[in-house]
Design a binder for this molecule. Structure first.
Ligand SMILES: [Zn+2]
Ligand SMILES: [Zn+2]
Length: 360
Protein backbone atom coordinates (compact mmCIF):
# COMPACT_ATOMS: atom_id res chain seq x y z
CA UNK A 1 0.00 0.00 0.00
CA UNK A 2 1.29 3.43 -0.81
CA UNK A 3 -1.46 5.25 1.06
CA UNK A 4 -0.16 6.45 4.34
CA UNK A 5 -2.32 5.94 7.41
CA UNK A 6 -0.80 9.08 8.83
CA UNK A 7 -2.25 11.16 6.01
CA UNK A 8 -5.30 12.96 7.31
CA UNK A 9 -5.66 15.41 4.47
CA UNK A 10 -5.23 15.74 0.79
CA UNK A 11 -2.60 18.17 -0.52
CA UNK A 12 -3.78 19.76 -3.72
CA UNK A 13 -2.69 22.56 -6.06
CA UNK A 14 -5.61 24.81 -7.02
CA UNK A 15 -5.90 27.59 -9.58
CA UNK A 16 -5.82 30.64 -7.29
CA UNK A 17 -6.61 33.32 -9.89
CA UNK A 18 -7.74 31.85 -13.21
CA UNK A 19 -6.39 34.02 -16.02
CA UNK A 20 -2.96 34.10 -14.33
CA UNK A 21 -0.37 31.38 -13.65
CA UNK A 22 -1.02 31.65 -9.92
CA UNK A 23 -1.65 28.37 -8.10
CA UNK A 24 -1.76 27.58 -4.42
CA UNK A 25 -1.17 24.38 -2.45
CA UNK A 26 -4.06 23.76 -0.05
CA UNK A 27 -5.15 20.95 2.26
CA UNK A 28 -8.47 19.46 1.28
CA UNK A 29 -10.42 16.63 2.92
CA UNK A 30 -9.73 13.14 1.57
CA UNK A 31 -12.86 12.41 -0.48
CA UNK A 32 -15.01 9.32 0.03
CA UNK A 33 -15.86 7.27 -3.08
CA UNK A 34 -19.57 7.13 -3.87
CA UNK A 35 -21.33 4.30 -5.72
CA UNK A 36 -19.37 3.26 -8.80
CA UNK A 37 -16.32 5.28 -7.78
CA UNK A 38 -12.81 4.51 -6.57
CA UNK A 39 -10.43 6.60 -4.50
CA UNK A 40 -6.94 6.79 -6.00
CA UNK A 41 -3.85 7.79 -4.04
CA UNK A 42 -2.05 9.60 -6.84
CA UNK A 43 1.74 9.45 -6.90
CA UNK A 44 2.56 11.43 -10.04
CA UNK A 45 0.79 13.78 -12.42
CA UNK A 46 2.07 15.10 -15.71
CA UNK A 47 1.57 18.79 -16.47
CA UNK A 48 0.14 19.37 -19.91
CA UNK A 49 -0.11 22.55 -21.96
CA UNK A 50 -3.88 22.16 -21.68
CA UNK A 51 -3.63 22.52 -17.88
CA UNK A 52 -1.76 25.77 -18.43
CA UNK A 53 -4.48 26.83 -20.88
CA UNK A 54 -7.22 25.99 -18.35
CA UNK A 55 -5.40 27.97 -15.63
CA UNK A 56 -4.98 30.92 -17.99
CA UNK A 57 -8.53 30.67 -19.40
CA UNK A 58 -6.98 30.51 -22.85
CA UNK A 59 -9.35 28.01 -24.45
CA UNK A 60 -11.96 30.23 -26.04
CA UNK A 61 -14.25 27.36 -27.07
CA UNK A 62 -15.01 26.33 -23.47
CA UNK A 63 -18.57 27.02 -22.29
CA UNK A 64 -17.53 28.76 -19.05
CA UNK A 65 -14.21 30.04 -17.70
CA UNK A 66 -12.17 27.95 -15.27
CA UNK A 67 -13.42 28.29 -11.69
CA UNK A 68 -11.29 29.78 -8.94
CA UNK A 69 -10.11 26.97 -6.65
CA UNK A 70 -10.22 24.36 -9.42
CA UNK A 71 -7.90 21.39 -8.91
CA UNK A 72 -6.33 20.96 -12.35
CA UNK A 73 -4.51 18.06 -13.98
CA UNK A 74 -5.38 15.12 -16.21
CA UNK A 75 -2.31 12.88 -16.37
CA UNK A 76 -2.42 11.21 -12.96
CA UNK A 77 -1.25 7.77 -11.89
CA UNK A 78 -1.43 6.03 -8.55
CA UNK A 79 -2.96 3.21 -6.59
CA UNK A 80 -6.55 2.38 -5.71
CA UNK A 81 -7.02 2.76 -1.94
CA UNK A 82 -10.80 2.45 -1.57
CA UNK A 83 -13.83 1.30 -3.55
CA UNK A 84 -17.34 2.76 -3.45
CA UNK A 85 -20.50 0.66 -3.37
CA UNK A 86 -20.94 -1.73 -6.27
CA UNK A 87 -17.32 -1.63 -7.43
CA UNK A 88 -15.51 -4.92 -8.06
CA UNK A 89 -12.82 -3.64 -10.36
CA UNK A 90 -10.23 -2.15 -10.19
CA UNK A 91 -9.32 -3.67 -6.86
CA UNK A 92 -7.65 -1.96 -3.93
CA UNK A 93 -3.88 -1.97 -4.54
CA UNK A 94 -4.12 -1.88 -8.34
CA UNK A 95 -2.28 0.81 -10.28
CA UNK A 96 -4.51 3.03 -12.39
CA UNK A 97 -4.33 6.22 -14.39
CA UNK A 98 -6.72 9.15 -14.73
CA UNK A 99 -6.81 10.90 -18.10
CA UNK A 100 -8.47 13.96 -19.63
CA UNK A 101 -11.84 12.27 -20.08
CA UNK A 102 -12.84 11.54 -16.49
CA UNK A 103 -16.19 9.99 -17.37
CA UNK A 104 -18.71 9.60 -20.19
CA UNK A 105 -22.20 8.15 -20.39
CA UNK A 106 -21.11 5.11 -22.48
CA UNK A 107 -24.65 4.86 -23.90
CA UNK A 108 -25.00 7.63 -26.48
CA UNK A 109 -24.16 7.05 -30.15
CA UNK A 110 -20.76 8.75 -29.87
CA UNK A 111 -19.81 6.62 -26.87
CA UNK A 112 -21.03 3.41 -28.54
CA UNK A 113 -18.90 4.22 -31.58
CA UNK A 114 -15.85 4.65 -29.33
CA UNK A 115 -15.80 8.44 -29.55
CA UNK A 116 -16.22 8.90 -25.83
CA UNK A 117 -14.60 12.33 -25.89
CA UNK A 118 -17.51 13.43 -28.11
CA UNK A 119 -20.06 12.50 -25.41
CA UNK A 120 -22.30 15.38 -24.39
CA UNK A 121 -22.05 14.16 -20.78
CA UNK A 122 -18.23 14.09 -20.84
CA UNK A 123 -16.56 15.04 -17.59
CA UNK A 124 -13.13 16.58 -17.85
CA UNK A 125 -10.38 16.02 -15.29
CA UNK A 126 -9.15 19.37 -14.06
CA UNK A 127 -12.04 21.41 -15.46
CA UNK A 128 -15.16 21.43 -13.28
CA UNK A 129 -14.11 17.97 -12.06
CA UNK A 130 -11.27 17.83 -9.51
CA UNK A 131 -8.19 16.72 -11.42
CA UNK A 132 -4.86 15.08 -10.72
CA UNK A 133 -2.86 17.88 -9.08
CA UNK A 134 -3.76 16.35 -5.71
CA UNK A 135 -2.84 13.33 -3.63
CA UNK A 136 -6.30 11.76 -3.47
CA UNK A 137 -8.59 11.79 -6.48
CA UNK A 138 -11.93 10.16 -7.11
CA UNK A 139 -12.47 8.37 -10.39
CA UNK A 140 -15.39 6.53 -11.90
CA UNK A 141 -14.27 2.90 -11.57
CA UNK A 142 -15.27 2.05 -15.14
CA UNK A 143 -13.24 4.95 -16.47
CA UNK A 144 -9.89 4.40 -14.70
CA UNK A 145 -7.12 3.23 -17.04
CA UNK A 146 -5.35 0.06 -15.86
CA UNK A 147 -1.59 0.43 -15.66
CA UNK A 148 0.21 -2.79 -16.53
CA UNK A 149 3.23 -4.26 -14.77
CA UNK A 150 6.56 -3.32 -16.24
CA UNK A 151 6.20 0.43 -16.50
CA UNK A 152 7.28 2.87 -13.85
CA UNK A 153 4.71 5.42 -12.80
CA UNK A 154 6.85 8.47 -13.61
CA UNK A 155 6.87 7.28 -17.22
CA UNK A 156 3.21 6.32 -17.21
CA UNK A 157 1.94 9.74 -16.05
CA UNK A 158 2.69 11.80 -19.19
CA UNK A 159 1.57 8.93 -21.41
CA UNK A 160 -1.96 9.41 -20.04
CA UNK A 161 -2.29 12.38 -22.41
CA UNK A 162 0.63 12.82 -24.86
CA UNK A 163 1.22 9.09 -25.32
CA UNK A 164 -2.44 8.32 -25.84
CA UNK A 165 -2.78 11.17 -28.33
CA UNK A 166 0.02 10.01 -30.61
CA UNK A 167 -0.84 6.32 -30.28
CA UNK A 168 -4.55 6.82 -31.00
CA UNK A 169 -3.86 9.03 -34.00
CA UNK A 170 -1.36 6.55 -35.45
CA UNK A 171 -3.78 3.67 -34.93
CA UNK A 172 -6.57 5.58 -36.66
CA UNK A 173 -4.19 6.40 -39.55
CA UNK A 174 -3.92 2.65 -40.25
CA UNK A 175 -0.12 2.88 -40.45
CA UNK A 176 1.48 -0.25 -41.87
CA UNK A 177 4.85 -1.88 -41.44
CA UNK A 178 7.48 -0.14 -43.55
CA UNK A 179 5.48 3.04 -44.11
CA UNK A 180 7.42 6.28 -43.82
CA UNK A 181 6.01 8.40 -41.00
CA UNK A 182 7.24 11.98 -40.98
CA UNK A 183 7.14 13.64 -37.57
CA UNK A 184 7.31 17.42 -37.54
CA UNK A 185 8.35 18.90 -34.18
CA UNK A 186 9.90 15.50 -33.53
CA UNK A 187 12.03 16.51 -30.56
CA UNK A 188 9.10 17.95 -28.59
CA UNK A 189 6.81 16.44 -25.96
CA UNK A 190 4.43 14.81 -28.44
CA UNK A 191 7.04 14.37 -31.17
CA UNK A 192 9.49 12.17 -29.25
CA UNK A 193 6.59 9.89 -28.28
CA UNK A 194 5.29 9.86 -31.87
CA UNK A 195 8.68 8.61 -33.08
CA UNK A 196 8.62 5.73 -30.60
CA UNK A 197 5.02 4.64 -31.19
CA UNK A 198 5.49 4.82 -34.97
CA UNK A 199 8.59 2.61 -34.68
CA UNK A 200 6.76 0.09 -32.47
CA UNK A 201 4.04 -0.08 -35.12
CA UNK A 202 6.65 -1.03 -37.71
CA UNK A 203 7.04 2.30 -39.49
CA UNK A 204 10.20 4.05 -40.63
CA UNK A 205 10.48 7.52 -39.13
CA UNK A 206 11.75 10.72 -40.67
CA UNK A 207 12.13 13.34 -37.93
CA UNK A 208 11.96 17.08 -38.65
CA UNK A 209 13.07 19.63 -36.07
CA UNK A 210 15.84 22.12 -35.33
CA UNK A 211 19.38 20.71 -35.32
CA UNK A 212 19.78 20.72 -31.53
CA UNK A 213 17.00 18.09 -31.29
CA UNK A 214 18.67 15.60 -33.64
CA UNK A 215 20.43 13.58 -30.92
CA UNK A 216 17.20 13.07 -28.94
CA UNK A 217 15.25 12.12 -32.07
CA UNK A 218 17.84 9.52 -33.11
CA UNK A 219 18.17 8.22 -29.56
CA UNK A 220 14.46 7.38 -29.43
CA UNK A 221 14.54 5.68 -32.83
CA UNK A 222 14.27 8.11 -35.75
CA UNK A 223 15.72 6.54 -38.92
CA UNK A 224 16.48 9.88 -40.49
CA UNK A 225 16.52 13.52 -39.49
CA UNK A 226 16.25 16.85 -41.28
CA UNK A 227 17.19 20.17 -39.69
CA UNK A 228 14.33 22.38 -40.84
CA UNK A 229 16.32 25.59 -40.38
CA UNK A 230 18.91 24.59 -42.97
CA UNK A 231 16.58 24.28 -45.99
CA UNK A 232 14.06 26.39 -47.88
CA UNK A 233 10.49 25.07 -48.17
CA UNK A 234 11.21 23.75 -51.70
CA UNK A 235 14.49 22.14 -50.65
CA UNK A 236 12.80 20.56 -47.64
CA UNK A 237 9.99 19.05 -49.74
CA UNK A 238 12.49 17.66 -52.20
CA UNK A 239 14.70 16.20 -49.45
CA UNK A 240 11.64 14.55 -47.85
CA UNK A 241 10.77 13.13 -51.28
CA UNK A 242 14.29 11.71 -51.74
CA UNK A 243 14.41 10.04 -48.33
CA UNK A 244 10.90 8.59 -48.52
CA UNK A 245 10.98 7.72 -52.24
CA UNK A 246 8.20 10.08 -53.26
CA UNK A 247 6.73 11.41 -50.03
CA UNK A 248 5.71 10.21 -46.58
CA UNK A 249 2.70 7.94 -46.08
CA UNK A 250 1.81 9.77 -42.90
CA UNK A 251 2.85 13.23 -41.72
CA UNK A 252 2.24 13.98 -38.04
CA UNK A 253 2.41 17.65 -37.21
CA UNK A 254 3.33 17.71 -33.52
CA UNK A 255 4.08 21.42 -33.40
CA UNK A 256 1.93 24.53 -33.64
CA UNK A 257 4.52 26.06 -35.98
CA UNK A 258 2.77 27.90 -38.81
CA UNK A 259 5.44 27.05 -41.42
CA UNK A 260 5.05 23.35 -40.65
CA UNK A 261 1.34 23.56 -41.52
CA UNK A 262 2.02 25.68 -44.61
CA UNK A 263 4.40 23.02 -45.93
CA UNK A 264 2.84 19.84 -44.56
CA UNK A 265 0.97 18.71 -47.67
CA UNK A 266 4.13 18.96 -49.79
CA UNK A 267 5.72 16.24 -47.64
CA UNK A 268 3.09 13.60 -48.42
CA UNK A 269 3.23 10.98 -51.12
CA UNK A 270 0.40 9.21 -52.93
CA UNK A 271 -2.50 8.35 -50.60
CA UNK A 272 -0.69 10.12 -47.80
CA UNK A 273 -2.43 11.02 -44.56
CA UNK A 274 -1.96 14.25 -42.64
CA UNK A 275 -2.39 14.14 -38.86
CA UNK A 276 -2.79 17.54 -37.19
CA UNK A 277 -1.86 17.52 -33.49
CA UNK A 278 -0.14 20.84 -32.74
CA UNK A 279 -2.48 23.83 -32.78
CA UNK A 280 -1.08 26.84 -34.66
CA UNK A 281 -1.46 30.33 -33.22
CA UNK A 282 -3.34 31.55 -36.28
CA UNK A 283 -5.89 29.87 -38.48
CA UNK A 284 -5.38 29.49 -42.22
CA UNK A 285 -1.87 28.04 -42.11
CA UNK A 286 -3.06 24.78 -43.65
CA UNK A 287 -4.27 25.42 -47.20
CA UNK A 288 -5.39 22.20 -48.88
CA UNK A 289 -5.13 22.61 -52.67
CA UNK A 290 -7.90 20.54 -54.16
CA UNK A 291 -5.94 19.64 -57.30
CA UNK A 292 -3.03 18.32 -55.23
CA UNK A 293 -5.42 16.47 -52.90
CA UNK A 294 -7.13 14.78 -55.86
CA UNK A 295 -3.93 14.14 -57.74
CA UNK A 296 -2.27 12.42 -54.79
CA UNK A 297 -5.48 11.20 -53.09
CA UNK A 298 -4.39 12.84 -49.87
CA UNK A 299 -6.44 12.46 -46.72
CA UNK A 300 -6.53 14.80 -43.74
CA UNK A 301 -7.33 12.68 -40.72
CA UNK A 302 -9.98 13.93 -38.34
CA UNK A 303 -7.99 16.26 -36.11
CA UNK A 304 -8.12 15.82 -32.39
CA UNK A 305 -5.92 17.54 -29.91
CA UNK A 306 -4.26 16.26 -26.79
CA UNK A 307 -7.24 17.28 -24.71
CA UNK A 308 -9.72 15.29 -26.76
CA UNK A 309 -7.62 12.18 -27.01
CA UNK A 310 -8.83 8.67 -27.11
CA UNK A 311 -11.27 6.19 -25.77
CA UNK A 312 -10.66 3.66 -22.98
CA UNK A 313 -9.40 0.93 -25.30
CA UNK A 314 -6.80 3.19 -26.93
CA UNK A 315 -5.63 4.35 -23.49
CA UNK A 316 -5.23 0.75 -22.31
CA UNK A 317 -3.37 -0.28 -25.47
CA UNK A 318 -1.08 2.74 -25.27
CA UNK A 319 0.04 1.81 -21.75
CA UNK A 320 0.44 -1.89 -22.60
CA UNK A 321 2.67 -1.07 -25.57
CA UNK A 322 4.74 1.28 -23.41
CA UNK A 323 5.25 -1.46 -20.81
CA UNK A 324 6.12 -4.13 -23.40
CA UNK A 325 8.32 -2.03 -25.66
CA UNK A 326 9.97 0.29 -23.16
CA UNK A 327 8.67 3.63 -24.40
CA UNK A 328 10.79 6.39 -22.87
CA UNK A 329 9.57 9.79 -21.77
CA UNK A 330 11.88 12.78 -21.68
CA UNK A 331 10.66 14.27 -18.40
CA UNK A 332 11.63 16.25 -15.32
CA UNK A 333 10.29 15.71 -11.81
CA UNK A 334 9.01 18.75 -9.90
CA UNK A 335 7.14 19.45 -6.66
CA UNK A 336 3.46 20.37 -6.35
CA UNK A 337 4.52 23.75 -4.91
CA UNK A 338 6.35 24.55 -8.16
CA UNK A 339 3.26 24.43 -10.38
CA UNK A 340 3.06 28.22 -10.83
CA UNK A 341 6.74 28.28 -11.87
CA UNK A 342 6.08 25.44 -14.31
CA UNK A 343 3.17 27.34 -15.88
CA UNK A 344 5.36 30.44 -16.12
CA UNK A 345 8.07 28.39 -17.86
CA UNK A 346 5.41 27.09 -20.26
CA UNK A 347 4.34 30.66 -20.98
CA UNK A 348 7.96 31.61 -21.65
CA UNK A 349 8.56 28.50 -23.79
CA UNK A 350 11.33 27.33 -21.47
CA UNK A 351 10.11 23.88 -20.44
CA UNK A 352 12.50 21.09 -21.39
CA UNK A 353 10.77 17.71 -21.58
CA UNK A 354 7.51 16.81 -19.95
CA UNK A 355 7.02 18.07 -16.38
CA UNK A 356 5.86 15.42 -13.89
CA UNK A 357 4.74 16.46 -10.40
CA UNK A 358 5.79 14.28 -7.48
CA UNK A 359 2.73 13.89 -5.26
CA UNK A 360 4.31 11.67 -2.58
ZN1 LIG B 1 -3.02 16.89 -21.79
ZN1 LIG C 1 -21.98 9.32 -24.21
Amino acid sequence: MTSKDSEKCNRAAVYAEPGTVKTEVVELPIPTPGPGEILVRLLYSGVCHTDYAFCMNKISSLPVPTAKGQVGGHEGVGEVVAQGAGVDFPEVGEKVGIKFAADACLSCTNCLEGFETGCSKLKVSGYYTPGTFQQYCLSTARYATPIPEGIDLVTAAPLMCGGITVYASLKRSRVQSGDWVLVSGAGGGLGHLAIQYAKVMGARVLALDIGSKEALCREVGADNFIDVLQLSAEQLASRVGEITSGGAKIAMICTGNVQAYEQALSWLGFRGTLICLGIPDKEGALRPEISRMIDREIRIQEPFSAYKASNRLEAKECLEIAARKGIKVHSQLRKLEELSDVFQEMEDGKVKGRVVLDLS
